[in-house]
Design a protein around this ligand. Structure first.
Ligand SMILES: *[C@@H]1O[C@H](CO)[C@@H](O)[C@H](O)[C@H]1NC(C)=O
Ligand SMILES: *[C@@H]1O[C@H](CO)[C@@H](O)[C@H](O)[C@H]1NC(C)=O
Ligand SMILES: *[C@@H]1O[C@H](CO)[C@@H](O)[C@H](O)[C@H]1NC(C)=O
Ligand SMILES: *[C@@H]1O[C@H](CO)[C@@H](O)[C@H](O)[C@H]1NC(C)=O
Ligand SMILES: *[C@@H]1O[C@H](CO)[C@@H](O)[C@H](O)[C@H]1NC(C)=O
Ligand SMILES: *[C@@H]1O[C@H](CO)[C@@H](O)[C@H](O)[C@H]1NC(C)=O
Ligand SMILES: *[C@@H]1O[C@H](CO)[C@@H](O)[C@H](O)[C@H]1NC(C)=O
Ligand SMILES: *[C@@H]1O[C@H](CO)[C@@H](O)[C@H](O)[C@H]1NC(C)=O
Ligand SMILES: *[C@@H]1O[C@H](CO)[C@@H](O)[C@H](O)[C@H]1NC(C)=O
Length: 438
């Protein structure tokens, strides 16, 4: 019986090989058909990117522009950008060996086909800057090999699948219309792989999950431009690899947790943001046009010294964040990396500490509209070397000198035109100022 089976198998294999050899000169001609179906669903190709793809050359589809094949002769990567719209063909779901599907900026519309969930080997999914709408199909959760997902700049809605927040390394779902809560399932089940999470500019509600602290390898966290409430959770202090944290433009309250100061690798923190650069950020996106949405974060309590004094911190951006208290008078060290400090329009009191001058890279300082008093240690702060300096609307006094004396090195003595931002009385190399206008 066994012997018979073996024979049958051999005969079948021969037959299959034979049939195959007769109908196609390359392996897996089905991949060529899938690609041609993809081409057919594209509505225009203004730059002739895939024009050469046609059935007369389908035996050489591995050489088609944008197509990469693996050793098996099957398509492993498809990278096309610049097409003029159309739907994404479900035929791509048959490219079973696909590892990279990179189709940014093609003006594709309609829904993302559920059948893409068949692509079990897919590692990179880049569909950003298109016009995809509708919900993400739940079949996406079958993509167990995914490492990078970028769906930024579409019009996708519904909730964020929990499979995307945890096991995938790099996730960018920014500039869409996702709603609901930040899913915690993925975080709870361990999110050791998560390195980059950008959910900016959606309609996410509820709180920042405290489970975010379980993401021990998370380096970049962007949650700006949502409708998040509550405080920044203390548990964020466990995310010890964190480099960049942006929670601006939400409806957050509460104290800025001291625990954030345990994230010793933090380099950039944005607690609030009043700048109006949304259009720039959304350039190229056909989908959701997020015009300026305002800043509604209103924290309570004092400027967190533990955070400001993180040695690697380069940017602390918290204008109109409702923060009170004083600036740290001690604790600054000569390894201070601070470049940008924006605490404008808060309730900061006391003096501008002389010791802040030890932060030699500080060239952007906005302390305007606070309750600061006393003399500004302008010599120590090297104010003439700064590119932005605004201490208006305080009760500070002092003398500024040394403008344009060429001692600022490569950071450059700002030219007179760059000094427009200075709220001053006059400029002739020796600037005397008194900002007492409350
Ligand atoms: C190639 O496609 C064209 C148009 O779609 C069709 O007319 C032609 O028969 C096809 N040729 C082959 C060899 O399949
Ligand atoms: C984007 O898709 C929507 C439908 O989902 C459509 O109304 C709109 O015209 C599309 N925009 C562009 C620029 O194609
Ligand atoms: C995702 O795509 C957008 C738009 O092209 C880009 O700005 C962003 O950096 C990408 N995100 C990642 C993580 O590469
Ligand atoms: C987005 O909206 C703003 C304000 O409504 C408008 O000025 C801008 O032109 C829009 N941008 C796009 C790309 O549609
Ligand atoms: C200050 O900036 C320079 C130039 O970017 C950099 O090499 C240096 O490490 C910075 N200093 C600190 C203490 O971070
Ligand atoms: C500003 O400070 C001076 C002392 O430096 C004080 O006499 C004055 O009352 C203060 N003005 C206001 C409005 O607080
Ligand atoms: C030039 O200005 C810098 C910054 O204020 C100051 O440290 C330096 O002593 C000044 N040099 C001269 C020659 O005035
Ligand atoms: C300085 O800050 C004040 C209030 O915080 C603001 O109104 C003013 O526009 C700022 N000046 C410049 C030139 O940015
Ligand atoms: C510079 O301005 C100060 C203050 O207005 C004035 O006392 C001084 O005479 C001016 N110096 C020159 C050279 O104009």
């Amino acid at each position: 019986m066994c012997r018979f089976l073996v024979v049958v198998v051999v005969v079948l294999q021969c037959l299959l090989f034979h049939t195959f050899a007769l109908t196609a000169s390359v392996p897996n001609s089905n991949d060529a058909l899938s690609l041609l179906a993809f081409k057919n669903s594209v509505s225009s190709d203004p730059s002739n990117l895939i024009q050469q793809w046609n059935n007369a050359t389908s035996s050489t589809f591995c050489n088609w522009r944008g197509v990469t094949c693996g050793g098996s002769g099957r398509v492993t990567a498809l990278r096309v950008t610049g097409l003029g719209g159309g739907q994404l063909s479900p035929s791509l779901g048959d490219l079973y060996e696909l590892r990279v599907l990179s189709l940014p900026g093609n003006m594709f519309c309609g829904e993302i086909p559920a059948i893409l969930g068949n692509l079990r080997h897919l590692e990179v999914l880049e569909l950003q800057q298109n016009n995809f709408s509708g919900k993400l199909p739940f079949q996406m959760s079958y993509l167990h090999s995914l490492q990078l997902v970028n769906l930024s700049g579409n019009a996708l809605s519904g909730s964020i699948p929990s499979c995307f927040v945890g096991s995938v390394r790099t996730v960018d779902l920014s500039n869409n219309r996702f709603s609901g809560k930040i899913p915690v399932d993925g975080l709870t089940n361990g999110c050791d792989s998560l390195d980059y999470l950008r959910l900016s500019h959606n309609f996410l509600i509820d709180e920042i999950p405290r489970q975010i602290g379980k993401c021990r390898n998370l380096r970049y966290l962007f949650l700006d431009g949502n409708i998040l409430e509550g405080g920044i959770p203390n548990e964020i202090g466990f995310a010890s690899e964190l480099r960049v944290l942006d929670v601006s433009r939400n409806s957050l309250t509460g104290r800025v947790p001291k625990a954030l100061g345990s994230c010793l690798k933090l380099s950039v923190i944005l607690l609030t943001d009043l700048s109006d650069d949304e259009e720039e950020e959304n350039e190229g996106s056909l989908g959701y046009n997020d015009s300026f949405r305002g800043e509604f974060n209103a924290f309570v309590g004092n400027v967190p010294h533990e955070v400001l004094l993180i040695p690697r911190l380069q940017v602390f951006w918290a204008p109109r964040a409702n923060l009170a208290g004083r600036l740290p008078g001690r604790g600054w060290t000569d390894s201070c990396a601070l470049r940008v400090l924006n605490l404008g329009q808060n309730y900061v009191s006391g003096v501008v500490p002389e010791s802040l001058g030890i932060c030699r890279n500080l060239t952007f300082l906005d302390l305007s509209s606070n309750s600061l008093v006393g003399y500004l240690p302008s010599q120590q702060l090297r104010v003439p070397c700064m590119v932005y300096f605004n201490v208006s609307n305080n009760n500070i006094s002092g003398t500024l000198s040394g403008f344009g004396n060429g001692s600022c090195g490569s950071t450059g003595t700002p030219a007179a035109k760059d000094l427009e931002f200075l709220e001053w009385e006059g400029y002739n190399g020796t600037l005397v100022f008194l900002f007492g206008d409350f």
